[in-house]
Design a protein around this ligand. Structure first.
Ligand code: ZN
Length: 166
């Protein structure tokens, strides 16, 4: 199973939440079976989190997550974990936007954030009222990609935009 090793004990509340996610994320990131990702809590300037593939390490800025009033931590950790998969499984395209679509297709919707914070455009109304539609649309976009659709990200965004106006 995937595991997270917390390198820093100064933010125990965030650390506990990350360890809880480990149990849920193991089965949804099978590519990372037996992989240990190191988690370093660190003040960051340009992002709330980042992944370094050379050291298999996720840096998280603990400040926005303690407290985490919009429930962002699970999707942020899932996004960074997805970056690790991008490096391990070469069939998965690189890039922030692909990372989000693959992440949204895998993350259980009860762990979606309350406020959108993605590289892909997702209508807030859909996120609030029917997150399941986002997950299904992401999965469908990946299926279309497998069948040869090149601009599956554009398709995903357009599809959700349609749901927002219905
Ligand atoms: Zn990223």
């Amino acid at each position: 199973m995937l595991s997270y090793r917390i390198l820093d004990d100064r933010h125990p509340r965030v650390a506990i939440k990350v360890k809880e996610l480990e149990r849920i994320f193991g089965p949804i990131f099978p590519e990372l079976d037996e992989v240990t990702l190191r988690i370093r809590m660190k003040k960051l300037r340009s992002a709330v989190a980042m992944y370094d593939h050379r050291s298999l390490r996720i840096d998280i800025d603990p400040r926005p997550f303690d407290p985490d009033k919009n429930g962002l931590l699970p999707s942020v950790i899932a996004h960074e974990t997805m970056h690790a998969v991008q490096y391990i499984d070469r069939r998965i395209p690189h890039g922030e936007r692909s990372c989000d679509i693959f992440m949204l297709a895998r993350l259980p919707t009860n762990l979606y954030p309350k406020q959108r914070d993605f590289y892909v455009s997702v209508p807030q109304s859909v996120l609030s009222s029917s997150p399941e539609r986002i997950r299904e649309t992401a999965a469908k976009a990946l299926e279309l990609r497998r069948k040869g659709l090149r601009n599956y990200i554009v398709w995903f965004e357009a599809e959700l935009k349609k749901s927002a106006t219905v």
